[in-house]
Design a protein around this ligand. Sequence first.
Ligand code: SAM
Length: 306
Amino acid sequence: MIRTGLPLAFRFRESPQGGMEEIAYLCHRAVYSGRSGYQRIDVVDTLAHGRMLFLDGIAQSAESDEFIYHEVLVHPALFSLQRPRSVLVIGGAEGATIREVLRHPTVERVVMVDIDGELVEVCRKHLPQWHRGSFDDPRVEIVIGDGRRYVADARESFDAVILDLSDPEEGSPAQLLFTREFYRLVRDRLKPGGTLSVQGEGIGPGDISLHARMKNTLEDVFPRVMVCPYTLPSFHRADAHILAATDPLWSLDALARRMESSGMELRYLSASFAQGMFLLPAYVTQAYKIHNDILTDNSIGASDHP
Ligand code: SAM
């Protein structure tokens, strides 16, 4: 629920013990509120985190710290590659994921597939700090449609695929993009040596089961899977992105070397930081053994898939 004029409350995820947690954001302006064919959309100006995007009451991005989320999602995947030329982004309506992809000078083509065209237009209008004109870059093609359908029908191969998706809540259009069947379709669209980067959900001690199952599912499909933890003050939780490589000899040293020699000025990542970027607390690695089931089209509870 979004309330303006008062502290803003947003619905957080269902806690493992059942019930919903709410976090209140003080805001001074409601910028946009509406409902698309897929979700409720709210853009608000908050006191602590600047402008924020909420979908169905769940925070997606904040002006103050979106750079952390988007740098971690994009650059490890692209610096894993010698010359990334073509990138497929699924989701990412804010335009900040393609913004970071376009900073790589070797990139010639970026396809962004988001299911919600109305949301993309809201972001184009109200989140200029996120996309910074990236939607109009001649290297970018925007496709409005279901990401799973796009991958299933595609004949083109990509150097990297980035899944910047909302949570797979029941009834969410993103549900079928978290399963082994989908990850296999993605792997088959990657060029040899290609990488996949995935929004890897929360890794808080009470909140980790979905992340752990995603990691195990990706390991069932890809020979190398690394997890990069990070914290967004605006999300009030610990999160991680997951990097999956088709190259079993994927090397962190090579990634850090490329990051260093690129001269790219990042705000969160750096070559020295990269050396420890995939280190995990013990409870996280323990969780991979506990939540060891694989997410499949049947187990995630959805049917009617391409
Ligand atoms: N930063 C966010 C977070 O922390 O969860 C996620 C970014 S973004 C706003 C999520 C996007 O996924 C939305 O734009 C939504 O429309 C898109 N999406 C959901 N299901 C999809 C699908 N099946 N195909 C393509 N895009 C999808």
